[in-house]
Design a protein around this ligand. Structure first.
Ligand SMILES: Cc1cc2nc3c(=O)[nH]c(=O)nc-3n(C[C@H](O)[C@H](O)[C@H](O)COP(=O)(O)OP(=O)(O)OC[C@H]3O[C@@H](n4cnc5c(N)ncnc54)[C@H](O)[C@@H]3O)c2cc1C
Length: 413
């Protein structure tokens, strides 16, 4: 075997590379930054991962932080209008979620990749360069695409997603935040403005990890929470503190009053345009490449799905590659490798994200009704864990309350 080339060392590319190396497959990983650059850079996500993803990583020997990362037991949902708490409930996940700074995770996994004999190249390949290199490998998996490379993957015509980002984002990793008394994550919906989301996580270089609070502003474009454009990092904490005081009742804002940034790279500002693409890309020579993670299905982080979906993609692709050791990795194989991930994970996650950011009436009613019904609150929280259940959840709005579905286990062990 000539080996597998993987572009992008993130939530999809790294676990895929490690899984393949652990089975002895030659892997070349091409990415733009080494571990030192990742660690000295800025945060890139809020990356909460739910139990099916954590299990998947643990079974592959990648769940290094399972015992050290804070456990996020569920969601404390608050509906706030004009600084008044209109509705509030707490829903528990069936198993805790966790969030470990991607800088920590990627740096650790990059070191492990080197330790297990992987070949790492730091480069930003143009499409013609990638095209030339693709012929040297049995298969190229693209988990990071520049605009030109993304254009090699056709849009998925069966999807209609907003053409602009649904939210503008600001992330802050914080010390000094009072922990939630029940270990829950906070989800504050501010109709017309967006959401403020916060939960405990782990940050710091591998070996020196420590607890922090991760705060995410999801601002509806051009409304009040969309207040971080053109800010430099030093301006972001004061601005966040101001927004918390301005939009939230004191009972919700006060736990952040002593907050400080964890480090110089503790903030991120931007927006994610939803994108749904076909999983098979065609390079100018006609060579086919397999897309994974955000390249194929990219969503606003409000649904907390992208990192989870990318991890499942890595597991599915690795199983498909290992199940086809002599190849060929042709279009038919690529289709069969991608379809289970798309059907069971990526597409339900995208639908769920769209529904959370723009809830249909039925889902909105369920959010309100959950205040008086713990079972419903737990079921609602669980849809973040298993978005494929949402279809039944929303349909049940008029008929009664859904029970969480049976475990949706699609990725291989
Ligand atoms: C603010 C925010 C909050 C989020 N919160 C959550 C959450 O709570 N839960 C969740 O599940 N998802 C969340 N996500 C989404 C999640 O982070 C992504 O969906 C996930 O990281 C995608 O994985 P990936 O492997 O496709 O891409 P990435 O993880 O982004 O990896 C891509 C890799 O490619 C590398 N790279 C960049 N440029 C190049 C280049 N030119 N050539 C080669 N390599 C390159 C990058 O360094 C990176 O290592 C969030 C995203 C954002 C922006």
């Amino acid at each position: 075997m000539r080996g597998i080339q993987i572009l992008g060392a993130g939530e999809c590319g790294l676990p895929l590379a490690l899984r393949l190396r652990h089975s002895g497959v030659p892997v070349t990983l091409v990415t733009d930054r080494d571990a030192a650059a990742v660690l000295s850079g800025s945060v890139t996500s809020t990356q909460v991962k739910f139990q099916p993803t954590l299990e998947l990583e643990s079974r592959a020997g990648l769940g290094v932080w399972r015992s050290s990362a804070p456990r996020i037991q569920g969601i404390r949902f608050n509906l706030v209008i004009d600084r008044n708490l209109v509705s509030g409930w707490a829903g528990r996940f069936s198993e805790p979620a966790q969030s470990v700074d991607q800088r920590t995770v990627f740096a650790h996994w990059l070191a492990e990749f080197a330790a297990v004999g992987g070949s790492l190249e730091i480069a930003e390949l143009s499409v013609p360069q990638l095209d030339r290199r693709a012929a040297e490998f049995d298969l190229t998996v693209v988990s990071r695409a520049s605009r030109d490379l993304a254009a090699c993957f056709p849009a998925d015509a069966s999807w209609s997603v907003p053409t602009e980002p649904m939210r503008r984002l600001a992330v802050l990793y914080l010390d000094g935040v009072e922990p939630d008394p029940d270990g829950l994550g906070t989800y504050i919906a501010l109709p017309g403005h967006g959401e403020i989301i916060s939960y405990p996580g782990l940050t710091g270089p591998p070996g020196q990890e420590r607890r922090c609070e991760i705060l995410l502003f999801e601002g509806v474009p051009d409304r009040g929470l969309d207040a971080f454009a053109n800010t430099v990092p030093a301006e972001r904490l004061p601005r966040a503190a101001h927004l918390l005081q301005w939009y939230l009742p004191a009972a919700l804002a006060d736990r952040y009053r002593n907050a400080e940034l964890t480090d110089g790279g503790a903030t991120l500002v931007g927006a994610v345009g939803p994108t749904m693409r076909e999983p098979i890309g065609t390079l100018p020579s006609g060579a086919l490449v397999l897309g994974g993670g955000d390249v194929v299905c990219r969503m606003d982080p409000g649904g907390a799905q992208g990192a989870n979906s990318a991890a499942h993609c890595a597991a599915q692709y690795s199983a498909a590659i290992l199940g086809n050791p002599t190849g060929p990795f042709d279009r038919a194989w690529m289709t069969s490798a991608a379809q289970p991930w798309l059907t069971a994970i990526a597409h339900p996650a995208a639908r769920w994200t769209l529904a959370v950011l723009d809830p249909p009436t039925a889902v909105r009613e369920l959010m309100l009704a959950a205040q008086d019904d713990t079972t419903l609150a737990d079921a609602f929280a669980e849809t973040f864990v298993r978005p494929a259940n949402m279809v039944g959840f929303a349909a049940a709005a008029s008929a009664g309350y859904p029970e969480p579905d049976a475990h949706v286990e699609t990725a291989p062990h």
